[in-house]
Write a new protein. Structure first.
Ligand SMILES: [Zn+2]
Ligand SMILES: [Zn+2]
Length: 240
């Protein structure tokens, strides 16, 4: 056995022998996951939020002031977590440090938060531009969508939506700039046969990306578009 095969064997054997460690605090993992019980319990559920845009609020409302002023194009949305500690730490490892293990912990947590309000016939992860896909190595929305598709037995298509042009990283822009940045950035490569689809993303911030993807699908004749995102960022300054 050569050295690299031996190393892989030791790592694989270690998974059976050693208990998993928490990716956030290195404590002992809970239920064979790479997350301890305390960090799992601390994952912030998004229970009090706007029913149209999922923004965290002091108490749940069917529609917040912003959604009243500006309608949302999707039918239903499911955003079970608030973007906060320790979910943000796992997301940072997943998205910017190449940790697929953190992605598995996040998708397990997403499945635990189910079921969704309604079941679509097809899941469509928000696409990455090819240049960003090449540098990151994977699309985080697709990695999160795969276990959801298996859990709910829904087909998944990653060749329906695509990025028609490269956009600036949304995380570096304010709300107005985010909308302009992604306007017209998404297109539909082929019309899915399914009439009811859900777009899947990791973190919903202003919703600009999801608005653009929904509009692109409705424009080509998809009848119903839902939005699924793992977590929603709170408004600047916290709950209002
Ligand atoms: Zn922990
Ligand atoms: Zn709202």
């Amino acid at each position: 056995m050569d050295a690299s095969r031996f190393t892989r064997w030791v790592v694989a054997a270690g998974r059976f022998v050693l208990p998993p460690r928490c990716l956030v605090c290195a404590d002992e993992g809970h239920e064979a996951r790479e997350l301890c019980r305390a960090c799992y319990t601390a994952l912030p559920r998004n229970l009090a939020c706007c029913g149209r845009c999922a923004v965290p609020l002091p108490s749940p409302v069917p529609e917040c002031d912003r959604c009243h002023a500006e309608s949302r194009p999707w039918a239903d949305l499911w955003v079970p977590y608030e973007y906060g500690w320790p979910l943000d730490a796992l997301e940072a490892r997943f998205k910017f440090a190449g940790s697929l293990a953190a992605g598995r912990v996040l998708s397990d947590a997403w499945i635990d938060a189910g079921p969704p309000p309604s079941l679509p016939e097809l899941l469509l992860p928000v696409p990455l531009h090819l240049s960003r896909l090449r540098s990151r190595g994977y699309n985080q929305a697709l990695e999160l969508a795969r276990p959801l598709a298996r859990r709910y037995r829904i087909p998944l298509a990653h060749d329906v939506l695509y990025r028609a042009r490269r956009t600036d990283a949304q995380s570096e822009l304010d709300a107005t700039a985010r909308l302009g940045n992604v306007r017209g950035a998404f297109a539909v490569r082929r019309l899915p046969t399914q009439k009811h689809v859900a777009i899947v993303d990791d973190v919903m911030t202003t919703g600009a990306t999801l608005i653009e993807c929904t509009k692109a699908l409705l424009a080509v004749g998809v009848e119903r578009v839902d939005v699924w995102a793992l977590a929603r960022t709170p408004l600047p300054g916290g709950r209002q």
